[in-house]
Design a protein around this ligand. Structure first.
Ligand code: PLP
Length: 219
């Protein structure tokens, strides 16, 4: 079941688009089923759950952290995550940089942008991203790898496409403005419901949970 869904997604996704299997709230058996059909890229959004699963799963899994991260939880995330996709404040970025300095480790991050219509959505506005990247060389222990975003929660495809187009254009703009940031290439957009639109807008990674693992148990 899980393997069939992953195979199907692999067929439909262009070769340059990575598939992040979002395994939050899912039991280990389901992650192992995905692993057994070759899935290595997994996404979690709660620090404790990531830390636990990272030691339980095979060691060649690549973990991405996609949830809200508080600075007092860094030690549960940064030892395991190959990429923190959800950096949404300068305060957090400073804390990650400090952690990196202490542990002599460069942390790869995406900057999460506020692109949806919802007031509550986390993420940076365009000017804030610009301010950070102008200071990029102050963050010696951060590798800036691109942008992440979530579209408005709506059935209106045109609205979703407008959100994704805006973040994709902004990535292009930033790459032109900061050519020295050679790793700044990733665009993490697209989830179970809207990934085909995201791929059409230039996604380099789709984050898919329920369309692989089925419904999550709500806590
Ligand atoms: C849960 C989650 C996803 C996956 O959502 P689905 O709709 O189940 O595919 C993707 N991105 C983020 C940031 C999430 O929290």
């Amino acid at each position: 079941m899980i393997s069939e869904r992953i195979e199907q997604l692999r067929k439909e996704l262009p070769a340059n688009v990575k598939l992040l299997a979002v395994s939050k709230f899912q039991p280990l058996e389901k992650l192992l089923e995905a692993y057994q059909c070759g899935q290595r890229l997994f996404g979690e959004n709660r620090p404790q759950e990531l830390a636990l699963k990272a030691v339980q799963m095979p060691q060649d899994v690549e973990w991405h952290f996609i949830g809200h991260l508080q600075t007092n939880k860094l030690k549960m995330v940064l030892p395991y995550a190959a990429l923190v996709e959800s950096v949404d404040s300068r305060h957090l970025l400073d804390a990650i940089n400090d952690w990196g300095e202490v542990h002599d480790k460069v942390i790869s991050v995406l900057l999460e942008m506020h692109i949806g219509a919802e007031e509550t959505k986390q993420g940076f506005y365009e000017e804030e991203v610009l301010d950070i990247l102008f200071d990029a060389d102050k963050f010696k222990y951060i590798r800036f790898c691109g942008l992440m975003g979530m579209a408005s929660h709506t059935d209106d495809e045109e609205m979703i496409r407008a959100d994704f187009t805006r973040i994709a254009s902004y990535l292009d703009y930033l790459r032109d403005l900061f050519p020295e940031l050679t790793d700044f290439t990733e665009l993490s957009i697209g989830m179970s419901e809207d990934w085909p639109i995201a791929v059409g807008c230039g996604s380099t990674e789709v984050r898919i949970g329920s369309a692989i693992f089925g419904a999550r148990e709500k806590l």
